[in-house]
Design a protein around this ligand. Structure first.
Ligand SMILES: [Zn+2]
Length: 279
């Protein structure tokens, strides 16, 4: 019986260890610093008796440390790698609060200036237009990828949403709650890049669809004029060197210039956002 008890408690502590490792990795991949904050919390509460109170206090402590760290420490530390936090303006806003909550809103000052400038110009062209941004980079280091984006690392990369309007032309936010995963699918006669990539064996090309399984377009109309204006405008911005978008979107918008590039089948599809990069 003693052996059985010892075996059960061994299995229990092993499972708890595996759970903690998975949680650490998940929080690190999602937020960059969440795993370290978890570790810090575990160290602080390690002396408390193991009961439900410890779990509750531990959770509260995690939230407090994470909140303070994200609000005050990260913006200061990010300066070491030339990155700063995007503060939402009247015309430039995150599509999802998760972008802010997960520290995925850091860019270089050059990228910030470009994003603000583009959003102001869009509002000048179409009064009341809000430009929505999705993921940028994490605050620390220039080599830490903002998963699942392998190329969002240095702060020189930012994803911008397409424009949506109601029947009267008023600005609406994009359909997906997180920005990604609601695709403007190829229409008849347009190049179906997603099908091509799938044929070539790239099975993850459309995987972002799982992020927005219940997204509905409702009254939103994909605003071709506004979205084309943004894509056109990018060509005039000297600092912006590249924009990735699905070929059928550029074709539908009727815009072509040298900065518009195809990201390749190893990436994910870009008919739910623009990916822009500065020099
Ligand atoms: Zn991107």
């Amino acid at each position: 019986m003693d052996y059985l008890g010892a075996f059960i408690s061994f299995i229990k502590s092993m499972l708890k260890g595996i759970f903690n490792i998975i949680l650490f990795l998940l929080l690190t991949a999602l937020t960059q610093v969440g795993g370290v904050v978890l570790l810090l919390t575990e160290i602080i509460i390690s002396g408390f008796p193991k009961n439900w109170k410890r779990t509750v206090y531990g959770t509260i402590l995690f939230v407090v440390i994470y909140g303070i760290f994200s609000t005050y420490a990260l913006p200061a530390l990010a300066k070491n790698w030339g990155k700063e936090r995007i503060m939402p303006t009247e015309f430039l806003q995150p599509r999802s609060f998760m972008t802010i909550l997960t520290n995925r809103n850091y860019v270089t000052s050059e990228m910030l200036a470009e994003a603000i400038s583009v959003s102001k110009k869009m509002n000048n062209l179409y009064y009341g237009t809000v430009t929505y941004y999705y993921d940028a980079s994490f605050p620390l280091w220039p080599w830490f990828p903002t998963l699942p984006h392998l190329s969002h690392k240095t702060g020189k990369e930012l994803d911008l949403g397409f424009y949506y309007s109601d029947a009267d032309g008023a600005s609406l936010n994009p359909p997906s709650w997180i920005g990604y995963g609601f695709f403007e699918e190829p229409e008849e006669g347009e190049l179906n890049q997603a099908a091509e990539c799938k044929k070539q064996g790239n099975l993850f090309y459309s995987f972002t669809k799982i992020l927005a399984p219940f997204s509905k377009k409702k009254d939103r109309i994909f605003d071709l004029a506004k979205t084309a204006a943004l894509l056109e405008m990018i060509d005039d911005h000297e600092m912006i060197k590249t924009v990735f978008v699905e070929p059928h979107i550029a074709e539908r918008l009727g815009v072509s210039h040298e900065k518009i590039k195809f990201h390749g089948c190893h990436s994910v599809r870009h008919d739910d956002h623009f990916h822009i990069e500065v020099r």
